[in-house]
Design a protein around this ligand. Structure first.
Ligand code: F6P
Length: 439
């Protein structure tokens, strides 16, 4: 049986001996509903049944190390050099995280040297010769007003030995990696080389993806902004569909393996009649298939609204290999479905006015909404506290509403998926009225 308690243990560079500049703020805060003391744990399970099923004494229940400032820290701030890198696809809030890291490090810990590496891991690899950017409060002023990342990004990992060479040359003590699962795999390799070389260098991640597919992290930053932006496409398609006889609105939204964006955007509008996601397979053809159901609905009700996640229905298409991050290159299911709907209605002699919208990158290139901005700042604060306290090979996350430290190995061990037996999908079925299965 997997020892979850061991898997949840966060690596430390060593004992914390230095008084934190933030210790005055901490005083003697006990664990409360709003704060978790550093010696406490945030339980993995949150129901009586889940806890009881463990059948172990309460002190042996698996739990996360809480995030937050420590009274004693590992790194001497005046001698600490920090690097920040953003990797992978864009995500609303990247600039908020960069700015909050820089402000917290500078204003509260008194760190004086922060490097920004350009274009993801390429910026740490000599052959790309990307200039290193100096980051200070002035350099990051107002950047949170903009989408994208001031540091630029790229897909794909680079040789971890070359990356650690670069970090050693610049005498970097802490590397913050803001990236998705592929980038975190790279971060883990960097941390492994750091350990092999016996360096005092912390690698701390801030997990990023609009797809919300990182496990043990209730919600990734940028997800809320992205699905909020996606609702505009659904609204537009719905307006179009309701204006025409037998109007069909079809919107394809990002979501490679996980249909969270499609589910949340559809629920936010509450206008979708169908949501198709990768986690719930569906038949297109046949009497119980999606196309037949859609045609009957359009004939009965005069219109329909369909939301698909881009990773849905890939079994109907042929994959085109993998991208630089190792992700399967998806085929365009939205366009395929548009064609299949048109063919199906034509074959049945039923008029259809199909309006197709794919907002694509527009949902992830925008600045973070206020809620995500707050979340980004708080994740960045937690990341700084963890790194200054010598934690490494970990990402910051939020679990049961608490900020926690998650070992990278655990964060990349699986994928967060919409559970077809869970309450989110049930809400989607309730809101859309679609059958639980198209078979
Ligand atoms: O992983 C996040 C994401 O936005 C996915 O939803 C999407 O499939 C992918 O990135 C596309 O990114 P790119 O075209 O930059 O590779």
């Amino acid at each position: 049986m997997v020892d979850e308690r061991a898997q949840l243990e966060v690596a430390r560079l060593g004992e914390c001996r230095i008084d934190s500049p933030l210790s005055a703020m901490l005083r003697k805060r006990p664990t409360t509903r709003h704060y978790v003391d550093e010696h406490d744990r945030v339980l993995l399970d949150d129901t009586v049944s889940l806890v009881s099923a463990r059948g172990v004494p309460i002190g042996e229940l698996p739990g996360f190390e809480p995030g937050g400032p420590r009274a004693k820290i590992f790194f001497d701030p005046s001698k600490t050099r920090v690097g920040i890198v953003t990797c992978g696809g864009l995500c609303p809030g990247l600039n908020d995280v960069i700015r909050a890291l820089v402000l917290e490090l500078t204003n509260h810990y008194g760190v004086r040297r922060i490097f920004g590496f350009r274009n993801g891991y390429q910026g740490l690899t000599a052959r790309y010769a990307r200039p290193v950017v100096d980051l200070d409060p002035e350099a990051v002023s107002g950047i949170n007003e903009y989408g994208g990342t001031i540091l630029g990004t790229s897909r794909g990992n680079q040789d971890p030995n070359e990356i650690v060479d670069c970090l050693e040359q610049l005498s970097v003590n802490i590397l913050f990696v803001i990236g998705g699962d592929g980038s975190m795999r790279g971060a883990l390799k960097i941390a492994e080389v750091v350990a092999e070389r016996g360096l005092r260098l912390a690698v701390v991640g801030v997990p990023k993806t609009i797809d919300n597919d990182i496990p043990y992290i209730e919600r990734s930053f940028g997800f809320q902004t992205a699905f909020g932006k996606a609702t505009e496409a659904i609204r537009a398609a719905h307006v179009e569909a309701t204006a025409f006889p037998n109007g069909i609105g079809l919107v394809q939204l990002m979501g490679r393996h996980s249909g969270f964006i499609a589910c949340y955007a559809a629920l936010a509008n509450n206008d979708a009649d169908y949501v198709l996601i990768p986690e719930v397979p569906f038949a297109l053809d046949g009497p119980g298939g999606f196309l037949e159901h859609l045609r009957r609905r359009v004939v009965d009700r005069g219109q329909a609204m369909v939301v698909v996640a881009e990773g849905a229905g890939q079994e109907y298409l042929t994959a085109k290999g993998v991208d630089a991050s190792g992700n399967v290159r998806l085929e365009d299911f939205g366009r395929y479905l548009r064609g299949r709907i048109a063919e199906h209605f034509a074959a049945a002699g039923v008029e259809a006015n199909l309006k197709y919208i794919d907002p694509s990158y527009t949902i992830r290139s925008v600045p973070a909404d206020p809620y995500d901005s707050v979340y980004c700042i708080r994740l960045a604060h937690a990341a700084v506290h963890a790194a200054m306290a010598g934690r490494t090979e970990m990402v910051v996350g939020r679990w049961r509403g608490r900020f926690v430290h998650v070992p990278i190995a655990l964060a990349i061990s699986s994928r967060n998926l919409v559970d077809p037996d869970g309450d989110l999908w049930l809400s989607v079925l309730e809101a859309t009225g679609q059958p639980p299965v198209f078979a």
